[in-house]
Design a binder for this molecule. Structure first.
Ligand code: SF4
Ligand code: SF4
Length: 181
């Protein structure tokens, strides 16, 4: 099967003076341009306009809270172990008396970071998490001028508080259902 047109003979007959003016070729080119003016535009005027993502799109990670606003993450480290890019680091801490409204379980992540320059958005962290504490949302990490801007800290990843900011919570949550665990 022939995949290219390399075998096609090149026509080397000298051009006539009319051909040398390239008028016909210019007109042909203009016609092609003109035809595209009336075709449906395929470009999207980002960021004013955005395309809707597929339902299985995996974007920026979100650290989840429960319906009372408590952080779900128990800093078990399973997501970090599952991550093939070694993009996740965390430090565990113990919940103190009086902090029950902040953290759902006795242990929580005092520090949680994801290096977005390493992340390949495979979703393994979401699959590995037994606490519904992390998921990949339908937004993507915005661009940045420096490498340090791609190290997402816990504050950057935490979902808005569902009671203090229900709209922000619902928006960040997107179409992901909140399973009872
Ligand atoms: S999506 Fe994949 S690469 Fe990115 S942090 Fe999660 S496990 Fe690591
Ligand atoms: S996000 Fe999930 S898997 Fe990762 S440390 Fe927290 S609870 Fe464990």
């Amino acid at each position: 099967m022939q995949l290219t047109q390399r075998a096609k003979q090149v026509d080397r007959t000298p051009m006539t003076w009319l051909e040398k003016l390239y008028l016909w070729n210019i007109a042909k080119g203009m016609l092609i341009t003109l035809r595209h003016l009336f075709k449906k535009k395929v470009t999207v005027q980002y960021p004013e306009e955005t395309r809707s993502f597929s339902k299985v799109f995996r974007g920026l990670q979100i650290l989840n809270r429960d319906e009372q606003g408590r952080e779900n993450c128990t800093a078990c480290g399973l997501c970090a172990v599952a991550c093939p890019a070694e993009a996740i680091t965390m430090e565990a801490a113990e919940r103190q008396p009086g902090e029950e409204h902040l953290y759902r379980e006795e242990k929580y992540a005092a520090k949680y970071e994801i290096n977005m320059l390493r992340c390949i958005f495979c979703g393994y962290c979401e699959e590995a998490c037994p606490k519904d504490a992390i998921y990949l949302s339908q937004t993507f990490a915005p661009s940045n001028y420096g490498r340090s801007g791609f190290i997402y800290k816990k504050e950057d990843l935490l979902i808005p508080h569902p009671i203090e900011n229900p709209e922000g919570f619902a928006k960040a949550r997107g179409e992901k259902a909140v399973p009872a665990k």
